[in-house]
Design a binder for this molecule. Sequence first.
Ligand code: NDP
Ligand code: 2IT
Length: 445
Amino acid sequence: MTKRAFMEDVAARNPNQPEFLQAVLEVVNSIWDIYEQNPIFQDANVLERLVEPDRVIMFRVPWVNDAGEVKVNRGFRIEFNGAIGPYKGGLRFHSSVNLSILKFLGFEQIFKNALTTLPMGGGKGGSDFNFRGRSDGEVMRFCQSFMTELYRHIGSRTDVPAGDIGVGAREIGYLFGQYRRIKNEFTGVLTGKGINWGGSLVRPEATGYGVVYFADEMLKNIGESFEGKRVAVSGFGNVAWGAVTKVNELGGKVVTLSGPDGYIYDPDGICNDKIQYMLMLRSSNNDIVEPYAKEFPSSTFYPGKRPWEQPVDVALPCATQNELNKEDAEMLVKNSCICVAEGANMPCTPEAVEVFEKAKLLYAPGKAANAGGVATSGLEMTQNYMGLSWTREKVDAELHQIMVRIHEQCVEHGRVQENYVDYVKGANIAAFLKVARAIVEQGIV
Ligand code: NDP
Ligand code: 2IT
């Protein structure tokens, strides 16, 4: 079968799933040559099996709002591939959530988790529930209803969800409480838990830290560092917060943050009390960044715009999928940006990635660069299995090592020229080889 025929077949079987097809095409483009050269993979029809989830669970989530009205949302859990470990991946609560978005995220998670070197399969779930404007009681009742169905599909050795957009410490708490109540069992069935009830130190900041550790490796590889670099960050959520904190620690200066309303530009750098303010803004149930510009007069708010128009050395997209397009990429290249590392999942459109690849700047896909979050979830699972808690220093050192090892895998499989690494190819090939071999070795299941 040709690559084109394969993709046409996947498209025909998955109508109206553009994000899923986008994620599949990226992987297929990277691994097709290797696939064709390995009859062992073709004989087992590995690729066709890999794009079909092990299981898709979809359910009704009824709940009662503060006015006594009955509301209904949709819940999902995609158990995509369990060949190398229990399904592992976040839950996203956002009004845009649908099957295509969760299938793209679940598919990406298979490869990301394989790169972490830890034994975790790929999964993702969530709901089209929007917590904006909802009271704490409403969020709790929603989470309880969601878990009342989800609990029968998950387990500490089966499927271990965590947070993602719209699911943070508060939601994980309500979800865990309901699981424990229904099952009468205290296990590491979720990660991102509170520190006093099985959570791991460093998990909240791990994704952002990991992105910066990874970008630092990319920079080192060309004899550069974060010292004195101007950095654009998008989003102002969990991942953005961790990234901003670590860039400051490594001597860089973060000059932007963004929200659905636009972006703020702060030439003095987002540091110290400004990071605290960012956290406060995030937890204020607000979905706009504009108040930052009112609080700090050194900054300017650009309504309806994206941060990529500012001249920076490094760009870290940390908000959501397809938030950086071709024009944004061209602007970054024009302004001599040297490195783009994805904190979010698939934030750069395929056209933007093409621009980066042509310009030969350092570009790392989310499945490599943002794997620190799920890797630290894996460390949380290990601590739970062992029944103990590691120190902050130990978890951070493990996370750092894992990011260095992911970078090494990308270089091993993605070096195109002496001084140029194709990180997309490197990440996809390294991860595919691991998962594909496991699939073959376990027979036709
Ligand atoms: P948060 O909910 O903490 O933050 C998400 C940020 O993105 C917020 O600033 C949010 O603004 C913004 N955002 C969300 N949707 C949109 C949209 N449609 N348009 C514009 N802005 C949007 O989530 P996280 O920080 O956890 O997640 C951010 C990204 O990182 C996601 O792509 C996620 O999949 C990825 N990721 C997360 C990991 C984790 O451990 N949490 C691990 C690896 C990747 P607002 O809420 O105001 O809409
Ligand atoms: O996209 C991701 O990797 C996450 N949202 C984290 C998943 C996890 O299980 O920690």
